[in-house]
Design a protein around this ligand. Sequence first.
Ligand code: ADP
Ligand code: ADP
Length: 229
Amino acid sequence: GAAVEFDGVSKWYGNFQVLRDINLSIPQGSRIVLCGPSGSGKSTLIRCINQLERYQQGKIIVDGIHVTESHRSLDSIRREVGMVFQQFALFPHLTVLENCMLAPIHVRKMSAKDARALAIEHLEKVRITNQAEKYPSQLSGGQQQRAAIARALCVRPKIMLFDEPTSALDPEMVKEVLDAMVALAADGMTMVCVTHEMGFARRVADRVVFMDGGQIVEAAPPGEFFDSP
Ligand code: ADP
Ligand code: ADP
């Protein structure tokens, strides 16, 4: 089955319709890049996947779980789906290592020893083991974002969501974060990325989905998407 399935999903903020009849099937192991103008509903769409936003119409199924407003659904979804935000959202009073150990201990109920080993494994993948004992404020933006990716991966999610992960970074740090995302894609992770990095989309996406006014107006492989007239 699909990793994520949107079936006729609509959402309103008051009278304002932000999502209009979204139908989208995201196969396991695929990589979707969502693009489109600011305010078109991209962020809202991915935030509906892990229940950061509710929707009023249609149905979202994540790895067989119907995303409803129940706590049971919320708990399951948050274990399946990791998210990386524009602002790195690390806990400032915890070291990078402690940030990464938090979910394995509290969500996965791992021992501190196992959580530490898992955290170090993922910090190695994003190439910042040498920053493990530092606090977020001591890191560059690019390092913080890579730490945030490692932290999300420590939950062992099946799906990763990225909401403009490089938009808050200085240009020279964009590449190191995109490289970490490319590596994750190479590992076969299911990824849904809101990004304006079209080079990344071309290289990594199976499908580029273009949104406008709360609707999906085009969805095509990057070759077709970028080369269509
Ligand atoms: P994008 O990610 O494509 O920039 P968003 O999903 O962030 O778009 O927002 C889509 C539209 O919904 C925007 O017009 C935004 O102002 C509006 N919006 C977002 N969040 C809220 C909210 N909590 N209440 C009302 N309107 C909102
Ligand atoms: P971003 O561009 O990073 O997605 P936004 O500025 O669109 O951030 O939104 C920041 C926060 O404000 C979000 O939590 C969003 O839901 C909320 N928000 C955005 N637009 C509106 C709006 N028109 N009314 C109320 N809340 C909004």
